[in-house]
Design a protein. Structure first.
Lengths: 649, 301
């Protein structure tokens, strides 16, 4: 059957007329994006291969290559292995599994389809989430012989979490259980029992055999007891959630287009609602309002633009709008807050740690953010809320997030585009998590900063000094406290107002509730960073002597302070030397395994990349090292015009 | 869900969004311009994305020196018509060594004159993002690639460790030396491309249309003799045939198809009843198993 047969063509039509008729037909089609998921070996790739094959989307040269490949890698003996059609990566073909999402395209006379074929192995859950984030429907495959497995639940949960409301429960390999209705019914009952909590609008269960084509594109004679639609029939007819015209206008600004002084337009894609010239719009973050003057496109100005269109909006007056902000309907504004609650899926090998700072990105905005409170983890099997201190790879949790600047957003439930974000690791730039915003925390707007009349500058002026943080980092026993102690004595003798925050001392008081796990170390530094900031605000020169093993947290503290206030001093003493000195006898214990999570032994130390000062201590006296610190302070204008001779104590 | 837009309008909006995202977040992007029909569509989309401004990045053509003459002429006339900033780079060492697909085979030629040449150009200009016109329906390893596809400092792709790509939120962050390849028309099919070319009246290289051309049958493919560098082998005959090309690359590596389709509707009509995929005419996909993935890992698109 040629694809042209989908359109009625009268013999009198010319080629050009035939094609325009065909094109017109194409234009009317709706688009359904769906994904296939389920446990490994449930036959996802085989099902898609079968759909493509049966809808005549496989070309002769691809079929020839497939026949060839089936002999080499196939798992079906002499038969064609359809999975090889979609498993495109070498490693996938060799191992016979799917690693990453593959996107496939096919169409029928009724609809166009974009299929995300997602991997079943648990370690590739993040790839499944990638496929789900843009899908309207999910086909959850189950092997009739295996029934509901851990991955079936996990994938159904993630599909639900990402806002998919239509499910097809495809009970595959039904041929291998003698087309048994009892087995099918039992699996459907099992599935419905747990899926009832997931808020799906439709669940269509279909018994099928991807390998032999039963119930894939048409009904099967082997399944006379099944009265429902075949898979393709269902995909063609399932109602799509149509765009709700009543949703308020949201326009995240991507790019300010300013080719010359006469034109200033805001480019972006309309996330929801509609807009016309003359409409009043509000800039979400500033609350300033303006009117739409023009909606500019290459094809001419538009009278109206709606959800999904990429346009350039020109406003009546020159109000401040930049990338990351949003133009919105004045009567229904988004939240603007710096604290909110969200569901989070974790993608990285390295666990999520509350208190650590990440880069948060929404569709167009980017800010620094930390998870301030991990409320609980969600057990994927029971959907129970479990207390947790961190989130591991592929885990889902509910948390509070705090951002350095307020962002504009809606809840994910009301808007997938303006309610979603990703978290990025600051060092590796890897995408480590994806979040769906639940609601703004009112605290954000209720805790206002108290404006104070006496400010940092006046307090510093009174003390005749420039406040700063000298952050000494290095292994235990490297000499941080010894050097800091001498520097403080010398500063004090110059009449400077100082304070030392020492790791051991702080752990006796402020941080006595914290241990030495990675999570606690992060929180330890966060608190000390905030205390140091308050002291700088009070006008002090603060000397902080903390192992502070992680680059990310040291950077977080640096960013808490103003430019030039934070000076990182790397006290660089080799591990062997520290272990030899062992002033507190800790290394000996750690090496015997009596202390857990000891930096340098079984917990890592990440040396600074660009410290303001790098002190190599071996072979040098404390006095020499302290003098180097003083030189740094002079260079930075923290102390001035000192007379070297008056410094010897 | 967007119900009022047609399929093509949705694809167009998605591509424009991606173009703008790159312009807004990278310091030195470039568009790789290969002169084929997909590049023509990309060029058109880039013009739309930044209208009334011009695209805020240059267009780079990696010239293997074996492209069809008509392609080069088309490239230069398009650059003049639309006024975009065109950069052309060739691997000079390859030229000096006289690398030829006839003598050194498609593998060596593609590696030296395309893969290495592309890496040279990216390093030379220090581009941190490069647009490509690859589509997911073209080839199996492409079906697995992200729209924003990360490349390490050696320009290689790690298919097993791709960044998750959620919603329309693209992670555009790279460290020094690293870069991202960006594929705005990932979700377009061959049919979508032709439909869009018709709808928007986008100029394409005349080689896509059937005409009488001098061809030689070699290794089961019809190769057009575009210049005298192609030597005739014993037993080969140069014949004039009505042929056209479904994809364009280096002329010795690109097979023609016999066809009478001389207009866009005729081409689409022919494509709809075709039983072979467009990449069938490409030798580089087949010279080894898993071969496109291998080339991508080495830095070929």
């Amino acid at each position: 059957m040629s694809k042209l047969a989908q359109v009625e063509i009268s013999p009198a039509m010319s080629a050009a007329e035939e094609i325009s008729a065909y094109m017109a037909e194409q234009e009317k089609k709706s688009l359904l994006r769906f994904l296939t998921c389920g446990s490994v070996d449930d036959g996802k790739s085989t099902l898609i291969g079968r759909l493509l094959y049966d809808t005549k989307l496989i070309f002769e040269d691809q079929l020839a290559a497939l026949t060839n490949d089936s002999r080499k890698h196939g798992t079906n003996g002499e038969d064609i292995d359809f999975a090889l059609l979609v498993d495109g990566l070498e490693a996938e073909r060799e191992q016979g599994i799917t690693i990453d999402v593959a996107y496939r395209f096919f169409s029928t006379p009724k609809r166009k389809f974009i299929v995300a074929d997602t991997p079943g192995h648990e370690q590739y859950t993040r790839n499944m989430a990638t496929g789900a984030s843009t899908a309207d429907l999910a086909i959850v495959l189950v092997d009739a012989r295996q029934g509901i497995l851990r991955q079936t639940r996990r994938h159904s949960f993630i599909a639900s979490l990402l806002g998919i409301r239509n499910i097809v429960l495809a009970v595959n390999k039904i041929d291998l259980v003698d087309y048994s209705q009892d087995i099918f019914d039992a699996i459907v009952a099992d599935y419905q029992a747990f899926a009832s909590k997931l808020g799906f609008n439709t669940i269509q269960a279909i018994p099928l055999s991807a390998r032999f084509g039963d119930n894939v594109i048409g009904p099967s004679a082997n399944l006379p007891w099944y009265k429902g639609p075949a898979l393709l029939q269902h995909l063609e007819n399932v109602p799509l959630d149509s765009a709700d015209a009543a949703r308020p206008f949201r326009f995240p600004v991507q790019f300010v287009n300013r080719p010359n002084l006469d034109f200033r337009g805001f480019a972006g894609t309309i996330a929801s609602g509609t807009v016309s010239p003359g409409d009043e719009v509000v800039v979400a973050k500033s609350g300033k309002s303006s009117r739409v003057k023009r909606i500019v496109t290459w094809d001419g100005d538009l009278e109206k633009a709606s959800e999904g269109q990429a346009v350039t909006i020109v406003l009546d007056d020159e109000i401040e709008v930049s990338r990351g902000n949003m133009l919105v309907a004045p009567e229904a504004r988004p939240e603007v807050a710096d604290q909110f609650a969200a569901h989070l899926v974790w993608f990285a090998e390295h666990a999520l740690i509350p208190g650590r700072s990440y880069i948060l990105r929404t569709e167009t905005d980017q800010v620094t953010a930390t998870v301030t409170d991990l409320k609980h983890r969600i057990d994927i099997n029971t959907f129970a809320e479990v207390a947790a201190k961190s989130l591991d790879l592929n885990e889902v949790g509910v948390c509070n997030i705090s951002t350095q600047e307020p962002i504009a957003f809606d809840s994910y439930k009301s808007n997938r585009s303006t309610g979603s974000f990703i978290l990025i690791d600051r060092l590796t730039n890897a995408t480590v998590g994806a979040g769906m915003i639940d609601f703004a925390l009112r605290r954000a707007s209720n805790v206002h900063w108290q404006a104070l009349d006496v400010d940092k500058a006046s307090r510093a002026a009174q003390k005749d000094q420039k406040p700063a943080v000298l952050w000494f980092t290095g292994l235990s026993g490297s000499g941080k406290s010894t050097i800091a102690n001498l520097v403080e004595k010398r500063l004090s003798s110059l009449g400077k107002h100082t304070y030392i925050l020492d790791g051991d001392n702080v752990r006796h008081g402020l941080n006595r509730d914290l241990g030495f796990t990675e999570e606690d170390r992060v929180e330890n530094i966060r608190r000390v960073g905030e205390v140091a900031k308050l002291m700088v605000d009070a006008g002090l020169i603060v000397l902080v002597s903390f192992i502070s093993p992680f680059v990310t947290e040291r950077r977080m503290v640096r960013e808490l302070l103003s430019d030039g206030e934070f000076m990182e001093i790397f006290v660089d003493t080799p591990f062997e030397e520290c272990a030899r000195r062992d002033p507190k006898g800790l290394y000996a214990k750690a090496l015997r395994g009596e202390i857990k999570n000891f930096t340098g032994v079984d917990s890592p130390y990440e040396p600074p990349e660009n410290p303001e000062l790098h002190l190599k201590t071996v072979g040098r006296t404390t006095e020499e090292l302290a003098s180097e610190v003083e030189k740094l302070l002079t260079e930075h204008g923290i102390i001035f015009n000192y007379d070297q001779s008056s410094w010897s104590i | 869900m967007t119900k009022n837009l047609t399929h093509l309008q949705r694809l167009e909006a998605e591509a424009i969004h991606i173009f703008r995202e790159v312009a807004a977040t990278f310091s030195n992007p470039v568009m790789l311009y290969s002169i084929g029909k997909d590049s023509s569509v990309m060029l058109h989309l880039a013009m739309k994305a930044f209208y009334p401004a011009k695209p805020p990045f240059p267009f780079l053509h990696v010239d293997s020196k074996w492209k069809f003459k008509e392609m080069i002429a088309f490239r230069d006339s398009e650059a003049q018509r639309l006024g975009f900033d065109l950069l052309v780079h060739s691997n000079q060492e390859g030229i000096e060594q006289g690398i030829s697909p006839f003598e050194h085979g498609s593998n060596t030629h593609t590696h030296i004159m395309k893969t290495v040449a592309l890496r040279q150009a990216l390093d030379k200009y220090g581009f941190d993002a490069a647009f490509g016109g690859a589509r997911r329906d073209e080839e199996k390893s492409r079906a697995k690639e992200r729209i924003f596809s990360f490349r390490n400092a050696q320009h290689s792709w790690d298919p097993k460790n791709q960044r998750p790509e959620m919603w329309k939120i693209y992670n555009t962050r790279v460290a020094k030396g690293e870069s991202i390849r960006v594929f705005p028309i990932s979700n377009w099919t061959e049919l979508d491309i032709w439909q869009y070319i018709m709808q928007e009246e986008i100029p394409i290289v005349p080689l896509y249309f059937s005409a009488s051309r001098p061809v030689v049958e070699r290794d089961g493919m019809l190769i057009m003799r575009d210049d005298e560098r192609m030597k005739m082998l014993p037993g080969e005959v140069l014949q004039e045939k009505m042929v056209r090309f479904r994809t364009l690359g280096c002329y010795p590596l690109t097979g023609a198809v016999e066809s009478d389709a001389a207009t866009l509707p005729e081409i689409v009509s022919e494509m709809l009843v075709s039983r072979t995929s467009e990449r069938q005419g490409r030798m580089i996909d087949k010279d080894e198993a898993g071969s496109m993935e291998k080339k991508k890992r080495e830095g070929y698109f």
